[in-house]
Design a protein around this ligand. Structure first.
Ligand code: ZN
Length: 284
């Protein structure tokens, strides 16, 4: 069986949030972004937060709501990607399926939640267990030029080849260390459709897994056509990552234009260590 290793590095990075809850906030953010199209990896129009107190137990917040995740796809192949739409559709559904489910995060230091005012009081720190019941609406969106990428976007670049070899296998995908860009090679993605989900989940903070007992897991370090399981622990980690700035999220703050997606993607693709081959004429 032909096996291909995926990528390696993943880091949790903070404050990758872009939220708009109210019209006024939206307008403000439009002007702040100097008429750029308002976009970003994560957007949310509102969360429902319920505080549950039980005697002798830590206070719990139950957080529900729709959160949009957009992954911008930049196709950079030399000879084209005829199956791109199909692969994007598959990946979109796969990501959405894997992000389904309720998780708990324990002992989070947040601000005190004022149930009457329906908002966090930032002056008072408080510790909560948080139950996430988030409905993620996932969309993969192809962009043709770099101008369609906002600084706080998630991005998946489709390339011809990744030269970096850390073992005896070819590399079918690579995601930056503590950084935004996720990449896959078009041919490997077509052969192993779960690769793009695997790479994006590195962006969301999951590490690779090794060892035979993990060989059915999506994050197993060697790709196959079938490994696609995500554990409850991994789902909990992704929820914790995505909802990390929940106080700001609940307020509809718009942030992280300074995330510099384009700059980081350019640096990543042009780092000779990674050995990327891609159509430079499309990178504009
Ligand atoms: Zn990996």
């Amino acid at each position: 069986m032909e096996l291909h290793s995926l990528n390696h590095y993943a880091y949790k990075h903070n404050y990758l949030v872009n939220f708009s809850m109210t019209l006024s906030a939206l307008i403000f953010n439009f002007s702040k972004a100097q008429n750029r199209k308002l976009s970003g990896g994560i957007t949310c129009r509102g969360l429902r937060i319920q505080e549950v107190s039980m005697a002798g137990k830590a206070k719990e917040l139950i957080i529900t709501g729709d959160v949009n995740i957009t992954l911008k796809v930049l196709e950079l192949t030399t000879s084209g990607a005829p199956k791109l739409n199909m692969m994007m559709k598959y990946t979109e559904q796969n990501i959405a399926n894997k992000l389904k489910g309720e998780t708990m995060d324990y002992g989070l230091v947040l601000s005190d939640y004022d149930t009457k005012a329906n908002k966090f009081n930032k002056n008072i720190p408080a510790i909560y267990n948080v139950r996430y019941k988030i409905n993620y609406l996932v969309r993969l969106e192809q962009v043709k030029t770099l101008s369609q990428l906002s600084n706080n976007d998630f991005v998946l670049a489709i390339v011809d080849r990744i030269g970096l070899k850390t073992d005896k296998y070819a590399t079918g995908g690579l995601t930056a260390h503590g950084d935004v860009p996720a990449t896959v090679t078009y041919n490997e993605w077509c052969k192993y459709p779960n690769i793009a989900t695997h790479e994006f989940f590195h962006t969301l903070g999951l590490p690779d897994l090794s060892g035979k007992s993990n060989s059915n897991n999506l994050m197993f370090e060697i790709a196959s056509k079938t490994n696609n399981l995500v554990s409850n622990k991994e789902l909990a980690n992704m929820n914790a990552y995505l909802m990390e700035d929940v106080v700001s999220i609940s307020e509809g703050n718009y942030s992280n234009q300074s995330f510099n997606t384009v700059k980081k993607l350019r640096n990543f693709l042009n780092n000779p260590t990674n050995g990327f081959k891609y159509n430079k004429a499309k990178f504009r």
